[in-house]
Design a protein around this ligand. Structure first.
Ligand SMILES: Nc1nc2c(c(=O)[nH]1)N[C@H]1C(S)=C(S)[C@@H](COP(=O)(O)OP(=O)(O)OC[C@H]3O[C@@H](n4cnc5c(=O)[nH]c(N)nc54)[C@H](O)[C@@H]3O)O[C@H]1N2
Ligand SMILES: Nc1nc2c(c(=O)[nH]1)N[C@H]1C(S)=C(S)[C@@H](COP(=O)(O)OP(=O)(O)OC[C@H]3O[C@@H](n4cnc5c(=O)[nH]c(N)nc54)[C@H](O)[C@@H]3O)O[C@H]1N2
Ligand code: SF4
Ligand SMILES: [Mo]
Length: 721
């Protein structure tokens, strides 16, 4: 037997290292386990990836190139050879480029694999060389990332291991036990030392149940809670004045600003009692130190960027960045200073400037209406302007999709499907399985899984870079994304050396090209030998103890760049979209909302990873069926009982779900764990039919958890199961 070291490719902060046992006689992988020596993985994989072999060897895996035979969307295909597939695709791409220009070709990808190579490695080279439309990859994190970065200069925080040293932990909009489980052991260590663990979330998640306290908060109102905490910290003089003086800009202005943001002001907005806000602020300031775990859950709102910005300001006021385990962890990605140019080769674009379309408006991007196409252009900040319809550029005529399943994950599912159904659109999908998106492909190309290809993973939840070695041969005729793009490049007649470089050479050259001190000592040989390596950073890693990587080295409580980009330069209250719609204006009401309509949030289901795993019987069984959590008061008022089929509806569309009546969700809020495959859901649609194509305040991200819907019971006779 041999033991091969690799790393989980999924979009998850834990980026676990693994070991695969293979039988050299048969070439089969027999067993997968968490790497025992990896400080975060600690020998344990999650319940999904511990079944990765089952997914890889699943009978539904795509193993041969396929060509569409039925109508668009019907998902009927016939097998063809790779040579024929590449020839036909590149011929058609060539015609499209000749007639409409290279911008008529659009890539669409996200983080099905987070690998630097099978993600945007060879793919970028191909699209740069072609001069294709560029894609703004905004679907997950841009709003919060921007909001955080304005304050600190780079998005990083305490190492997850250092949460063990915190004396208070706020888990703020993160279901740690579901989406970041390898952080939990360190939280338990802190707890053993007496640290309290508080979860701030509209839902009593499994994490909230495991914590000391659950503070329910209305979706999208975290920015108001943070402002009221600042009010208490400043008015009760709980400030670390030395830290503030030495390392921040704008404190005096903040002092004036937050005078009005009292806990009593925040109570009706957030639903958190004023007395609890006061106590929270005092607990927070008194802890030496407190760690805040925020994640992307609280920035999927119209005001998500500003909310994150407000939270990111908190630790500087109380000086927690000084201490091991203190500060806010959103993402560790800013600790990595990786130069991607040698891998992605932006030089192949030359001085061409193709347009950038925002992936969250795929429905608009695929529309033949020029007004909608113009709206799909990426405009991240208030000062960015979308073009006039006549300047929107050519219609999208070819779409190349890899590492993503937009027909299930993107906002405005009906618009996405209408676009994908266009007969004149050439759609190429690289996939493991015949997803909702794959059903619309003209050519469906079989891709390898992480067991079958090389890669390097840069995590966003810790500091260990990792190498993935293939454990087995590619299944059937499947190929790595890198090789598929290499072949497409050759088919297009691209002759640059960049398209001849093999995978191992690409990765090795990438590692060897890194010059930043944090990469010192991380060599290709070391990765081959050990599988993973910690960034060359001191331990403990105190990212902002002695200053901030902003232009002037301070924490920007007042941010001049924000002013220039069209934002309020100070922490501010920006209501979520649902509240603005509900109230007609941004004024906080003193009474609880009428709840004529509900706020829908749809965070990750425990047993899926986005839509990955959601097609496999085992994980669907574990998850049950597409559910929506409804508070008992709301259910009673509508005659809904636990297990009833219910309809959620808004101007975007409608979807049928099964009600789970529970006090684990706040009144007025609905929670639908997701992302279910649309074709495996009632009516062939999932909750993303309800999500509009609307950008957040910063970064052009989607508003998945800021959706207004109506709720009613489905007619019982037909729908009750
Ligand atoms: N098992 C599993 N793990 C995953 C994923 C998955 O699909 N399944 N997805 C991966 C990906 S792509 C990502 S980006 C991360 C996502 O990671 P997170 O965004 O941290 O996702 P969750 O852990 O579900 O946490 C979201 C939590 O935020 C809460 N929430 C929603 N709106 C608000 C709000 O306005 N305020 C507050 N305070 N809380 C709010 C939800 O109820 C939920 O409990 O997880 C990754 N890990
Ligand atoms: N309602 C709602 N919608 C959401 C979210 C939510 O919380 N609620 N979360 C959003 C978030 S945070 C994210 S990140 C997005 C995620 O959206 P996506 O990144 O599209 O995630 P997945 O649905 O997991 O799709 C990834 C696909 O890539 C494929 N894949 C994996 N590895 C490879 C490979 O090596 N090669 C190829 N060719 N394919 C591969 C998988 O089979 C899978 O079908 O969804 C967003 N959509
Ligand atoms: S999905 Fe996350 S927790 Fe599961 S194995 Fe991968 S990195 Fe680890
Ligand atoms: Mo994500």
């Amino acid at each position: 037997m041999s033991l091969i070291t690799g790393v989980c490719p999924h979009d998850c902060p834990d980026t676990c290292a693994w070991q695969v046992t293979t039988d050299p006689a048969t070439g089969r992988a027999l067993r997968i386990q968490g790497h025992p020596d990896h400080p975060l993985t600690q020998g344990r994989l999650c319940g999904k990836v511990s079944r990765y072999l089952e997914r890889t060897y699943h009978p539904d895996r795509l193993t041969t190139p396929l060509k569409r035979i039925g109508p668009k969307g019907a998902g009927r295909f016939q097998p063809i050879s790779w040579d024929q597939a590449i020839r036909e695709i590149t011929e058609r791409l060539g015609e499209i480029v000749a007639r409409f220009g290279p911008e008529a070709v659009m890539p669409f990808s996200y983080a099905g694999t987070m690998g630097v190579l099978q993600g945007e490695g060879m793919a970028s080279r191909f699209f740069y060389r072609l001069g294709a439309t560029r894609l703004a990859r905004t679907i997950c994190s841009e709003a919060g990332f921007e909001g955080f970065q304005y304050v600190t200069g780079r998005v990083m925080g305490p190492a997850p291991e250092d949460f063990a040293y915190a004396r208070l932990i706020l888990i703020w909009g993160n279901n740690t036990l579901t989406s970041n489980m390898h952080l939990w052991p360190f939280i338990l260590q802190a707890r053993k030392q007496g640290a309290g663990v508080i979860v701030i979330d509209p839902a009593r998640t499994r994490t909230a149940r495991a914590a000391d306290e659950w503070i329910p908060i209305r979706p999208g109102t975290d920015g108001a809670l943070a402002l009221a905490m600042m009010h208490v910290i400043i008015s009760e003089n709980l400030v670390d004045h030395d830290f503030v003086r030495a390392h921040t800009t704008g404190f005096e202005a903040l002092k004036a600003r937050v005078r009005e943001f009292t806990p009593a002001w925040a109570e009706p907005i957030t639903g958190v009692p004023a007395s609890r806000i006061e106590r929270l602020a005092r607990q927070y300031a008194a802890a030496r130190p407190a760690a805040i775990r925020v994640n992307y859950g609280l920035q999927r709102h119209g005001s998500g960027g500003m909310a994150m910005r407000n939270i990111a300001t908190l630790p500087a006021l109380v000086g927690h960045w000084r201490y091991r385990g203190g500060g806010v962890l959103l993402s560790s990605s800013g600790a990595f200073h990786l130069d991607m140019r040698v891998l992605r080769r932006p030089d192949l674009l030359g001085d061409r400037q193709p347009r950038t379309l925002n992936m969250i408006r795929l429905g608009d991007a695929l529309s033949l209406d020029r007004k909608r196409l113009a709206r799909a252009h990426y405009a991240a900040r208030p000062i960015d302007r979308k073009p006039a319809p006549e300047d929107a550029g050519p219609p999208v005529k070819a779409l190349i999709i890899y590492n993503s399943n937009p027909a299930a994950v993107a906002p405005d599912q009906n618009a996405v499907r209408a676009g994908l159904a266009r007969e004149d659109l050439l759609t190429i999908v690289l996939e493991h399985f015949q997803t909702d998106t794959a059903d619309f492909a003209d050519y469906l190309l079989p891709a390898t899984t992480q067991l079958e290809h090389w890669d390097i993973l840069k995590p966003y939840g810790h500091l260990y870079l990792a190498l993935n070695r293939p454990a087995i041969q590619p299944l059937g005729q499947s190929l790595p994304n890198s090789e598929i793009f290499r072949r497409l490049a050759r088919g297009m007649g691209f002759e640059e050396e960049a398209f001849n470089q093999d995978d191992v050479s690409m990765l090795r050259a990438f590692i060897e090209a890194q010059t930043h001190p944090t990469m010192a000592g991380i060599t290709w040989e070391r990765l081959l030998e050990q599988g993973f390596a910690r960034l060359n950073l001191p331990d403990p890693f105190l990212p902002f103890a002695h200053g901030f990587p902003t232009d002037d080295g301070t924490c920007h409580i007042y941010s001049q760049p924000m002013a220039e980009d069209g934002y309020d330069p100070l922490p501010a209250w920006v209501p979520p979209r649902w509240m603005i719609e509900e109230q007609g204006e941004a004024k906080p009401s003193s009474s609880v909302l009428s709840f004529q309509s509900f706020i829908l949030i749809s965070p990750p289901a425990h047993n899926f990873l986005n839509t990955t795993f959601a097609n496999l019987e085992r994980f669907r069984r574990r998850e049950g069926e597409p559910l929506v959590w409804v508070h008992p008061e709301d259910a009673r008022a509508r005659g809904i009982e636990d297990g009833d089929a219910v309809i959620l509806e808004n101007e975007q569309g409608r979807v049928q779900l099964t009600a789970r009546v529970t006090e684990d969700i706040m009144p007025g809020v609905l929670l639908a764990p997701t992302i279910w495959w649309a074709k495996l859901s009632p009516g062939g649609r999932n909750v993303n039919v309800l999500v509009p194509q609307v950008e957040t305040d910063m970064g052009g991200s989607p508003i998945f958890y800021d959706v207004r819907v109506r709720l009613e019971r489905a007619p019982r006779t037909a729908a009750r199961r």
